[in-house]
Design a protein around this ligand. Structure first.
Ligand SMILES: Nc1ncnc2c1ncn2[C@@H]1O[C@H](COP(=O)(O)OP(=O)(O)O)[C@@H](O)[C@H]1O
Ligand SMILES: [Mg+2]
Length: 257
């Protein structure tokens, strides 16, 4: 299930269109940056690249593959992108094609700090690229995101291309999730959403919370911790989709921390 990012998604959807966009998104690991991006990208034309630590060649090989996953390109297949100047020139060309066809394109560079660490020129190349995108009104929706909070804060402070973003900033953790459990029944409350009811069953390794209705396949499996709290795993058909921790607050109100 995807929760509690409706306002962010609505803002992104509202901006999706012919005008250039540059969104910054930074925040702690596992707050849901990539999940938000995936959700937004779903059903859209998109190049979604999640950078890794490595050499420029590693990084650009991976980006080339992400571009080829979006659409085939005989030229790129023959020679992968070899430097950032060429990469952004390629994206400019794609942007002009999109302008001609009147279709927006999402371009995501996730975990961007790895790129800047490997090649110091990438920020100024990005700056030049964004200048062209704005000047020519290319229908590109650019998202730069990452988990290196101090890197992003410093870049925003410096100004430069990060200061010229159209929107976006720190992505806060999801709202506090509560579970109320009384006897064999309870409900999960996420942020300000209404509770999602479940029944408590005994599993082979601990209690299992079984949801009903549209979440009928979701099972939260709980295991007792030494400190008296619980570790939880949200699963669908036995596959883990998330993890949480709960500490007990009051007699019948465990709250994940
Ligand atoms: N809005 C959400 N609703 C439900 N689960 C989410 C949501 N956002 C993130 N998650 C889950 O939390 C975990 C971490 O999210 P992820 O997007 O990988 O974080 P980040 O990219 O910020 O490091 C993933 O398992 C993801 O499915
Ligand atoms: Mg991520």
């Amino acid at each position: 299930m995807f929760v509690d990012r409706e306002a962010d998604l609505q803002e992104m959807e509202r901006r999706w269109g012919a005008r250039p966009q540059f969104q910054l998104l930074w925040g702690r690991r596992r707050v849901g940056k990539s999940a938000l991006i995936r959700r937004f990208a779903d059903g859209k034309d998109a190049i979604v690249f999640q950078a890794v630590a490595g050499t420029v060649t590693d990084q650009l090989d991976l980006l080339t593959r992400r571009i080829l996953a979006w659409r085939s390109d005989p030229e790129l297949e023959g020679s992968p992108l070899s430097n950032w100047a060429r990469t952004f020139a390629f994206l400019e060309r794609v942007g002009r094609e999109r302008k001609a066809s009147g279709e927006p394109l999402l371009v995501v560079l996730d975990e961007f700090q790895y790129l800047a660490k490997t090649d110091k020129t990438v920020i100024s190349r990005l700056s030049d690229f964004y200048g062209v995108v704005k000047h020519e009104e290319l229908p590109l929706f650019i998202i730069i995101s990452g988990s290196a909070i101090s890197f992003f804060e410093r870049q925003v402070e410096i100004g430069g291309v990060f200061g010229r973003r159209t929107f976006g900033g720190l992505l806060p953790p999801l709202g506090l999730m509560h579970k109320r459990i009384t006897g064999g029944r309870g409900a999960t409350l996420i942020g300000s959403l209404v509770g999602i009811p479940f029944r408590v069953r005994a599993g082979s390794r601990g209690p299992v919370l079984v949801y009903a209705g549209p979440l009928g396949l979701v099972r939260d499996r709980l295991r007792r911790r030494q400190d008296g709290g619980w570790d939880g795993e949200a699963t669908v058909l036995g596959v883990r989709i998330g993890r949480f921790r709960m500490t007990r607050k009051g007699a019948s109100r465990p709250v994940p921390d």
